[in-house]
Design a protein around this ligand. Structure first.
Ligand code: ADQ
Length: 732
């Protein structure tokens, strides 16, 4: 039976040991609370580190395992060395700073990378002990970027999803990683890769294109083996838990207690893990500026700053702690009076009651990370506001800003802007506050963490369906045997074969794809079989085809159907065609050659082709869109059509295509075996023209009118060899 297996660096519970006795506590953080209920409802299993190095557990592993089992958790034990190098090391000294754009804090160290790889292997081993190919495996976050690929290798048929909780940086940042390709390949082991925002999706797709050469269509990437979907799933929170918290008696009394302490001052709240990405220093400076510029608010506001100790063993975090302490001391010293401290600082993790009491009583939440994948505190604050009063000031660098446009959105580096936003927040009228919060709250209620997880799971299932449909179309097994049998017993067979991308793989320059001796021999044998016709249907010019296939007993179609040639006869034009339109089109294409390094124009007798295979893939793709737009306007009146092929844009008369050319042969009598193979858009016309019983084969995975798919030109060549063999057997 299929089961949900969640794998994250940490378990939703953490173990601690005091005087030799173990105890379990829920882990903090949105993932643990959000998914904690989800996986149990689904009767799933959660795999992760229980938070204590195995050296400290000596002898207690069994007890830990059995206590966790009761919670449907399975521990992955890490040694002190692994915690040091994998967790504090590569995860938090390399990936965390780099993915948050803190290049200057990033350590590039091969030793840490090796530890990271080994640790991912270690999680993989642990997963293999419990997961099977029938399971749905959902892997979380930056500590396990290689795990999808490792698991895919061992469980080729499993459903594997991956979600990244932190930003995926722009290619310009990601490219700095010496191990970037391995990381991308690792992620590609998943069927579905999820991010919080569309920006991260865009960045990821761009890296996939540039580093691995994988194109995509609407976020669907076709790798060599499979389809991988990349999509946005902004994480939600457990809305009701926060919304209802204000009603709990213990929260109410906590609020009263705090009010006694703070008085009726306006409370500005700041809550985060103590991390340099959260912008705490800049926030303090902005608060300083606010107090300086607005003396009327001194003694009337209190900034409650909650910082959760985090990664305390990493130098950078110790330094940050010192700096925060200093800043707070400085501000409190500068403005404080006997009865008033401008900042109330809490350096600790808070129980839910205290945290939600603070959310409830704070008039302003000041959440200004320099980079943040999403930021759940912003959402929790708004969800907690039963009366819809309170103002959220939110950094535009947080993923949450994409969904919470009604907040006061600020650039956390712009101290003046943040200081002004503080003033605006304090002075904002109640009606406006209600209006803004209500809209945000309704979205948070609808798209809560359950819905988030549910949608991820649904999308994963739908990707699997697409893959299965593609899988079913693969020409192999019974279908392949049927084709070979039909061919073997046929009396008049015709094969339409596209050339580039179908018989040979693509190369950088259109003139480098010349057929080698082996391929020529293959075609000679195939076309030499009695009552067999082989028609090469290509987009190339007739001169090129003539030169390359001279002397072979094949028929040819050049320029996507403009020129036709039957064996022994001269080239023939398919019908009267014009060329004068080229004068209008060429100058436009030339502009795009100038603007796109690596692009070139190929001129054929009746068509013009703009190639961008050798250009920067992103730029080429972008320019191809622009060129197509520019051409659309004028081609309509000229009776021309624009074809988008593999890294080419081709303009040609619209009354010509590969399908029309093929009908010339199809109409030549009763064929009892028809096959057509092609790889790009221009071949869709060919497939379209085929009768129903024909064997049409698309090379590659994208959607097509063809009945079957094959992975690569190599397999097509293999198929043709099999066909020759079958005929030979038939003829004895
Ligand atoms: P984090 O960087 O941990 O998460 P965040 O999204 O703000 O950041 O989550 C923090 C969680 O910890 C919140 O649920 C909050 O309630 C809790 N918390 C904060 N301060 C606390 C305190 N003093 N005591 C107790 N609990 C406290 C990463 C990414 C984020 C992304 C999440 C989820 O960095 O960008 O939003 O994962 O995907």
């Amino acid at each position: 039976m299929s089961r949900l297996v969640i794998i994250a660096n940490r378990l939703p519970v953490t173990i601690t040991k005091r005087e030799g006795r173990l105890s379990l506590h829920p882990s903090t953080g949105g993932l643990a609370t959000g998914l904690g209920s989800f996986y149990r409802e689904k009767k799933g299993l959660w795999l992760g580190w229980p938070g204590m190095p195995s050296q400290n557990l000596r002898g207690l592993e069994r007890e830990v395992t059995s206590r966790l089992e009761a919670l449907d958790c399975r521990p992955v034990f890490l040694t002190r060395h692994q915690v040091e190098n994998f967790y504090y090391g590569f995860s938090n000294k390399t990936l965390w700073p780099l993915f948050h754009y803190f290049v200057q804090y990033t350590t590039f160290d091969d030793r840490l990378w090796e530890a990271y790889k080994r640790a991912n292997q270690h999680y993989c081993q642990a997963a293999l002990e419990v997961a099977t190919e029938d399971d749905t495996i959902w892997i979380h976050d930056y500590q396990l970027l290689l795990l999808p690929g490792m698991l895919r290798e061992k469980l080729p048929k499993a459903s594997i999803g991956f979600f990244l909780h932190i930003p995926f940086p722009s290619f310009e940042i990601f490219r700095l990683l010496p191990w970037r390709e391995e990381i991308m390949e690792g992620l590609m082991g998943a069927d579905l890769i999820g991010f919080h925002t569309y920006d991260y999706v865009r960045h990821f797709l761009s890296s996939a294109r540039r580093l691995l050469g994988y194109d995509h269509s609407m976020g669907l990437i076709t790798t060599r083996e499979r389809m991988v979907k990349v999509d946005t799933f902004p994480i939600g929170i457990d809305f009701l838990r926060f919304f209802r918290a204000g009603e709990l008696p213990e929260v109410k009394s906590e609020i009263q207690r705090m009010k006694r302490r703070i008085g009726d001052r306006t409370v500005i709240l700041s809550v985060d893990r103590l991390d340099y990405t959260k912008g705490i220093i800049q926030r303090l400076k902005a608060y300083d500026l606010f107090l300086e510029k607005n003396p009327q608010y001194r003694e009337r506001v209190t900034l409650v700053m909650v910082a959760v100790p985090s990664r305390t063993k990493v130098d950078r975090y110790m330094e940050l702690k010192r700096e925060v302490d200093e800043q707070i001391g400085r501000i409190n010293g500068r403005y404080g009076t006997l009865g008033w401290s401008p900042i109330l600082y809490l350096y600790r993790s808070l129980p839910f009651t205290t945290l939600t009491a603070l959310y409830n009583m704070a008039q302003v939440a000041l959440i200004t990370p320099l980079r943040d994948g999403m930021n759940l505190v912003a959402k929790e604050y708004v969800a907690s506001k039963r009366d819809n009063l309170g103002v959220l000031i939110l950094s535009e660098m947080a993923g949450a800003a994409r969904e919470m446009g009604e907040a006061l959105i600020v650039n956390p580096f712009n101290l003046k802007e943040v200081a002004d936003a503080l003033k605006a927040a304090i002075e904002m009228g109640e009606e406006e506050q209600r209006g803004r919060n209500l809209r945000m709250k309704e979205r948070l209620r609808r798209y809560d963490v359950k819905r988030w997880a549910g949608e991820f799971m649904e999308k994963l299932a739908s990707v699997r369906e697409i893959q299965e449909r593609m899988e079913a179309k693969k020409l192999r097994g019974i279908a392949l045997r049927r084709l070979l049998d039909a061919y073997k017993s046929s009396r008049r067979a015709i094969l339409f074969l596209d050339y580039d991308g179908t018989l040979v793989p693509f190369s950088d320059r259109p003139d480098k794809a010349r057929p080698d001796g082996e391929l020529r021999e293959l075609l000679r044998h195939l076309a030499g079989i009695p009552n067999n016709r082989v028609v090469l249907v290509s987009g190339r010019s007739r001169e090129v085809l003539q030169e390359w296939f001279e002397g072979l007993p094949v028929d040819m179609v050049a320029e996507h159907g403009v020129w036709l040639k039957e064996q022994g006869s001269p080239w023939e034009l398919i019908g009267p065609l014009k060329q004068d339109w080229k004068e209008d089109i060429r100058p436009i294409m030339e502009v795009y050659v100038d603007r796109t390094p690596g692009a070139l124009i190929e001129e054929k007798e009746f068509s013009l082709v703009w190639h961008y295979r050798r250009s920067d893939p992103e730029l080429g793709y972008q320019r191809a869109r622009e060129l197509k737009d520019a051409l659309l306007n004028i081609t309509e009146n000229l009776n021309l059509s624009i074809l988008e092929g593999n890294k080419v844009i081709e303009v040609k008369p619209s009354n010509v295509n590969k399908g029309m050319a093929a009908t010339r042969w199809l109409s030549q009598g009763a064929w009892d075996f028809i096959m057509a193979a092609g790889d790009d858009w221009t071949d869709e016309d060919l497939f379209d023209a085929m009768p129903q019983e024909a064997y049409s084969i698309k090379v590659g995975f994208s959607v097509s009118k063809a009945r079957f798919n094959m992975d690569s030109p190599l397999l097509i060549q293999g198929l043709l060899r099999e066909m020759i063999k079958a005929k030979r057997e038939e003829r004895g």
